[in-house]
Design a protein around this ligand. Sequence first.
Ligand SMILES: [Zn+2]
Ligand SMILES: [Zn+2]
Length: 267
Amino acid sequence: MIKLSTYHLHTTFSDGEFPPAEMIRVAINFKCKEIGFSDHAPMDFDCCWSMKKEEIPDYVSVIEALREEKKEQIKVYLGIEQDYFSPEPTFKPDYIIGSVHYILKDGHYLEIDKSAEVMKNNIDTYYNGDVYAYCEDYYALVADIYNKTQCDIIGHFDLVTKFNEKMPIIDTSHPRYVNAVNKAIEALIKTPATFEINTGAIARGYRTKPYPSEEIILQLRDMGEVFVLNSDTHTDYTITYNLNEYARIFDKMGIKYIKSLEEILQK
Ligand SMILES: [Zn+2]
Ligand SMILES: [Zn+2]
């Protein structure tokens, strides 16, 4: 049985629904032993879901005060989710989740996980309908996410498949897709960063399976990767969403062990 924890969650500092104190209150109720805040780092361009630079000091002081206040009940970490295009953090977080949410194409930032319609439209407009060229550009950034962010955790590795259950436009067995995935895995497996298994899109109704796909999880497992399990929650009641269930599923897949943040940070 894993120790219930999540190191990927969002609050009202970025695009989450509840402030940190409420998230901690619910986490304690759910018998969560450890919690890590990872609100979205600021972006250089106008972005509705990230923190603003000027909000960072407040984010840091609120989380640090809660960490102290609640230390008898729960272990609290101060993290950040750095996008590939986020400027370097202006504070020293306990840990960094490195994630790709945009592709930069012909001077345009194309948002990967906005909606199925936006994705389809971007592929048609900027990639002449070539979905694999789009995936190749996405995974090229993912391959470079550790170099770019020095992240401790690799966020939602195959986010590009977010809408694929409802709008199956990527054939994930297509050689170009597989090749793009493999190149990113080859680059990242050599780094000290840990891959997360992320149940966030299940909680939000986009998918029935976590990121990354089962094939990718098994591939990484066979390469010796030990995962961290995260809920990437944006609301309170899904803080531990499916984590226990997935821990059982992974046990059956031969994944016997999930890393704690402390182990991730020891590298
Ligand atoms: Zn993310
Ligand atoms: Zn997130």
